[in-house]
Design a protein around this ligand. Structure first.
Ligand SMILES: NC(=O)C1=CN([C@@H]2O[C@H](COP(=O)(O)OP(=O)(O)OC[C@H]3O[C@@H](n4cnc5c(N)ncnc54)[C@H](O)[C@@H]3O)[C@@H](O)[C@H]2O)C=CC1
Ligand SMILES: O=C(O)CCC(=O)C(=O)O
Length: 364
């Protein structure tokens, strides 16, 4: 990869390569855009096949965080870290302490959190060296398990999408096909059941299915049958790339709204469902409850305030449908536009010189 060419083409600010021989730390911190505030994004630990693959992943994920944070209305930019290594074998305490010192060295330009392969305990080790970390344990002001909060955001976003499709945001009597009833979707099903929706569920884990059948009177279907159900709403809450050439022709729903990341296999699939008149709530917006929740730690975590902020996903999805109509574009493009427009607006109002910029952490 021609690094500077790539960074220039996609507007990256900074790439930090961190190496600590004693602990074996090999980390790449990618900072995409800090117009809105410090870059916040988790740390992924993974066995990358090559250094180039790790750098590409860090860059791609960091850019994703710029859009996610901007669309979520957070005053945070986008960044992400990858640590090269096997999270089951290669971790040691010194590695995360060394990483914390590298973060501290960035003096607040980057704030980390958990991601695939890292845990609350790892965040606590980072916290020994820097305050620029979230997702720490309760004694340091943790926001706790993000899944119920993510589920609340998905519920709110689904209602906004239902309003778009059916003219009314009530889910009472609506049939909702839920793919995967894990941590997020189980709580989502609680909200939906409470509101009087009929649930159809599937999961590769039979126990998870049975739990939903017992608790919510859900109808269980096979894993490949979830797409073709006579339902009003499809809620993908398991895997990515489930909206693709094979599944789209099977869909009978008017709304797609679920927690899974990267739901569209390729952008063309977002165009296809748009052309079919399906109201699609873009994944990184409707599932942003987790990051909104963790970001609340920066203000001294307050559950009530976090949930209020997460409830704002309803209005964000409404705005995205409005942009989609205004510009005649699919909602996945409208979400990017919402983020880009917000960054451009804030950039204009923040171009005045200040001797000392206010830090996010100083709000604590
Ligand atoms: N937990 C959170 O706060 C957030 C989660 N997400 C995304 O939401 C999705 C769900 O996350 P969690 O509930 O935390 O994960 P989870 O692992 O608790 O739940 C996923 C469920 O999907 C099932 N599953 C896996 N493959 C399947 C398949 N082929 N068909 C049907 N079911 C299948 C699993 O058995 C599991 O029960 C993931 O894509 C995740 O990346 C996104 C933002 C935040
Ligand atoms: O939610 C988190 O723990 C961190 C945010 C993040 O990296 C993400 O949403 O992918």
């Amino acid at each position: 990869m021609e690094l500077f060419k790539y960074m220039e083409a996609h507007d990256y600010e900074q790439l930090v390569i961190c190496q600590d021989k004693a602990s074996g730390l090999k980390a790449i911190i990618a900072i995409h855009d800090t117009t809105l505030g410090p870059a916040l994004g988790g740390t992924r630990m993974w066995t990358y096949a090559s250094e180039e693959e790790a750098i590409e992943d860090a860059l791609r994920l960091a850019r994703g965080m710029t859009y996610k944070n901007a669309a979520a209305g957070l005053n945070l930019g986008g960044g992400k870290t990858v640590i090269i290594g096997d999270p089951r074998k290669d971790k040691n305490d010194e590695m995360f302490r060394a990483f914390g010192r590298f973060i501290e060295g960035l003096n607040g330009r980057y704030i980390t959190a958990e991601d695939v392969g890292t845990t609350e305990a790892d965040m606590d080790l980072i916290h020994l060296e820097t305050d620029y970390v979230t997702g720490v344990s309760a004694e340091f002001g943790s926001s706790g398990n993000p899944s119920p909060v993510t589920a609340f955001g998905v519920y709110k976003g689904m209602k906004a999408a239902a309003k778009e499709a059916f003219g009314d945001d009530s889910l009472t009597g609506k049939t909702i096909a839920v793919q995967g009833v894990g941590n997020v979707a189980y709580t989502l099903c609680e909200y939906l059941h409470e509101e009087g929706a009929k649930l159809i569920v599937t999961d590769i884990n039979e126990e998870a299915v049975q739990r939903a059948v017992d608790a919510f009177g859900a109808t269980a279907v096979g894993i490949n049958d979830i797409y073709s159900q006579e339902a009003d709403i499809f809620a993908p809450c398991a895997l990515g790339a489930v909206i693709n050439d094979e599944t789209i022709p099977q869909l009978k729903v008017k709304v797609i709204a679920g927690s899974a990341n990267n739901q569209l296999k390729d952008p063309i699939h977002g165009d296809k469902i748009h052309a079919m008149g399906i109201a699609y709530a873009p994944d990184y917006v409707i599932n942003s409850g987790g990051v909104i929740n963790v970001a609340d730690e920066l203000d001294g975590y307050n559950r009530e305030r976090a949930l209020k902020r997460v409830a704002g996903i309803y209005e964000t999805i409404e705005k995205i449908f409005a942009i989609s109509k205004r510009d005649q574009i699919p909602t996945y493009v409208a979400a990017d536009r919402l983020a880009e427009e917000r960054i451009a607006r804030v950039a204009k109002s923040r171009n005045m010189f200040l001797q000392n910029e206010k830090s996010v952490l100083s709000r604590r």
